[in-house]
Design a binder for this molecule. Structure first.
Ligand code: FE
Length: 131
């Protein structure tokens, strides 16, 4: 797939930490309860750590207890891509940044109202900006 932000592996390695590269570019998962934003409750916006596209508002965040930052919805402008993921012997829906193709996390059907979904996102895939 073609993305607006298109870099070589070498270029990504230059701008991302090794952990962010592993998660964003190699679809890795950070350890639960260890991420920077799991319990963040401040007001602000969460953007893609790869390209800066705004993804979530703190208004969409809730405490799911799953160990990763959880959101019940995304910013409309983000248009996060949902892709079937059959890795690790599970059928899941992967969330991918629509601007750079970075792996963000997965979406599950056990979220709260009004959507009933849980966006389960790696902290390292995002950058938080207070508003
Ligand atoms: Fe991105």
């Amino acid at each position: 797939m073609e993305f607006k932000v298109n870099k070589t592996e070498k270029e990504w390695k230059e701008i991302l930490s090794s952990e962010a590269y592993r998660v964003l570019r190699q679809a890795g998962t950070e350890r639960p309860f260890k991420g920077e934003y799991t319990d963040t409750t401040e007001q602000g916006v969460y953007s893609c750590a790869g390209c800066g596209l705004e993804l979530f508002s703190s208004e969409n965040k809730y405490h799911s207890g799953c160990g990763w930052p959880s959101f019940w919805g995304e910013l409309e402008s983000a248009k996060i891509l949902k892709k079937q993921d059959t890795s690790h012997g599970m059928i899941r829906t992967e969330l991918v940044c629509s601007n750079c193709g970075g792996h963000l996390g997965h979406i599950f059907n056990d979220g709260p109202p009004p959507t009933g979904v849980r966006y389960c996102i790696n902290s390292v895939s995002m950058k938080f900006t207070k508003t």
